[in-house]
Design a protein. Sequence first.
Length: 162
Amino acid sequence: MSYQDVRAFLRQNGLAGREMLLKDSIDTVEHAVAAIGCREAGQIMKSLSFLTDGGPVMVCMAGDARISNPKYKAYFHQKASMIPFDQVEALTGHAPGGVCPFGLKEGVKVYLDVSLRRYDKVYSAGGDDHSAIPFSPDELDRYVKPVAWIDVCKDWRGLPSR
């Protein structure tokens, strides 16, 4: 049902028709780059789900970034613990490969990592592994309504090549 939840979210926010329906799967960053045809892996927004003492959280980051355990622990005051693969859909509302910060189950807190801000446009999954949605960082802020923009990633490059 999550693709329908995301489409409903887009309609409710005046964004109907923005989603891209793709022939190929976007279940990994590499597959998403190929299916969407963007220039860089960083333009693919990864949405990783973690278990915290306060419940599930989602950290959305650039596709070329990885969680920095020391930064994560400094921000959340506990070690990063990803939601097990077989529990992702039950806790977030989206199956792995289509996880995005829209149409989530109630109570999932969303954070956006600063690694996304270096791009004019990034591509989020759209609720399944064959749909994507383009957003600017300002639009992500407006529509995701994150708890905060945070800096918990490593290994991403500075400015994108243009």
